[in-house]
Design a protein around this ligand. Structure first.
Ligand code: PA5
Length: 432
């Protein structure tokens, strides 16, 4: 029943009677890809690549400013798809791309002062202008991002000897087609300004310039990312509910919530690289469906790390959790063996030929079995490997699932009216 209801949406029935349907994020990957195939360098993807390469050629660090949906996706892409120590590597081992530092996602005095030390490694030295800014804000008025931009712009101007042309070359804004940031970027004379497309909400915007620009600056293959998302759209549109990944996921989550009270959803990532993908999903689910006293509570878990912290609660605490494991089937790099040692005081020689991948796999299976033995539900989501294509698929799958679930429970997944309350109060306090 649940899946049949959701299938209406997959079949293209616009559910105007239930929730407003904003198709912007849905059609975006296909639209950007077909424009790229037809217009090459003149397309949005082509322009993003050219601008990213231009900035990468000028600077060795890009400070990416943004918060919420204007930040989480880019960070997820960096952690999932770049080298695990990307920023620490010398430039040639970063593929000649700049370091990426995220800011404007909080109001933390000491963190920003700390960043100044990175931007001016040698006070009065010759490398102070080797950095630039990607400033990302759909509304163009979010205080956290706007304040950080103003402060860093001043620093950048100093670093560029107050040469406006030099500053403009080092700043790439992504924003709405009008608004304060758009006006500021225009006044600065930034050669490239990218638009967040109409009808694409903040947390649904990772596959627009919001996520694609930082990804291209890091040297990721943004075409593959979009192709992955497009493939998921095809699957979603053309696969019956019985085998439809999106609808299966929604069905499992929804049934366990309504029939067994599992209103806490753990997205358990195994290994380190998917934590920020989980945090991106935390935002997506919380801000989209956490309304009208409804909506499941997401929680990103990183195992085996969190088995040694939250694991006890998950194993024996309240029966209010659904664990979805996000499992990587094949890691990118050669497997590392534990190895034999003459110093066997740790008694690991009997595991000498096991690799870290074997250990992680045993931990995943062992944990699932422990939950099963105690009649606690788990589901597995497998990524064949982690790359731009599979992460594009995963992003799109989770966005489609969130909107489908909104349809199912009658919650409009777009907008975040609850977040406005703090903004209004903060502004009133600041201006009183
Ligand atoms: O999902 C959303 O719409 C929000 O989380 C926004 O992304 C966040 O508030 C940042 O907004 P903006 O991009 O307008 O600065």
């Amino acid at each position: 029943e649940v899946l049949a209801e959701s299938q209406l949406w997959a079949d293209g029935v616009t559910p105007e009677d239930k929730v407003p349907f904003d198709a912007g994020f849905h059609e975006l990957p296909g639209r950007l890809l077909s424009e790229y195939r037809n217009r090459g360098a003149d397309s949005e993807i082509g322009r993003i690549q050219v601008a990213a390469d231009r900035l990468a050629g000028l600077v060795d660090r890009v400070v990416s400013l943004g918060i919420g949906g204007s930040y989480m996706g880019a960070r997820a892409l960096m952690e999932a798809c770049c080298h695990p120590y990307y920023n620490e590597l010398p430039r040639d081992r970063r593929g000649g791309r700049p370091r990426i530092t995220f800011e404007g996602n909080n109001v933390d005095n000491d963190a920003l002062r700390g960043l100044f030390d990175l931007l001016y490694p040698d006070e009065g030295g010759g490398i102070a202008d080797q950095w630039g800014i990607a400033v990302i804000s759909k509304s163009g008025g979010t205080l956290e991002t706007a304040a950080a931009f103003r402060i860093l712009l001043e620093k950048l101007s100093d670093a560029c000897d107050d040469d406006p042309a030099k500053v403009a070359q080092r700043v790439i804004p992504v924003t709405g087609k009008s608004g304060k940031l758009f006006d500021l970027a225009t006044a600065l004379g930034c050669p490239d300004i990218f638009a967040v497309p109409d009808g694409v909400g903040g947390r649904f915007s990772v596959l627009s310039a919001v996520g694609l620009l930082p990804a291209a600056i890091m040297g990721l293959d943004i075409v593959k990312l979009l192709e992955g998302a497009d493939a998921m759209n095809e699957h979603f549109r053309n696969t019956h509910a019985d085998e439809n990944l999106v609808l299966q996921y929604v069905g499992v989550c929804h049934l366990l919530e309504t029939k067994r009270g599992c209103d806490i959803r753990l997205l358990t990532t195994w290994g380190k690289q998917l934590e920020s993908v989980g945090l991106w999903y935390d935002q997506l689910l919380s801000e989209s469906l956490g309304k009208q006293e409804r909506g499941a509570m997401p929680l990103t878990v990183v195992n085996t790390r969190d088995l040694h912290s939250r694991g006890q609660q998950h194993q024996e605490g309240k029966r209010d959790k659904l664990v979805t494991n996000l499992i990587v089937d094949k890691f990118q790099r050669d497997e590392i063996e534990i190895g034999k040692s003459d110093n066997n005081q740790d008694q690991l020689n009997e595991l000498a030929d096991k690799t870290l991948v074997d250990v992680l796999d045993a931990a995943t299976k062992g944990t699932n079995q422990a939950y099963r033995d105690d009649n606690r539900p788990t589901a597995d989501l497998h990524l064949p490997s982690v790359n731009e294509h599979t992460i594009g698929q995963l992003f799109q799958m989770l966005m489609l699932a969130t909107v489908s679930e909104g349809r199912l429970i009658g919650i409009n997944p777009y907008g975040q009216p609850g977040v406005e309350a703090y903004k209004n109060n903060m502004n009133a306090i600041l201006r009183s």
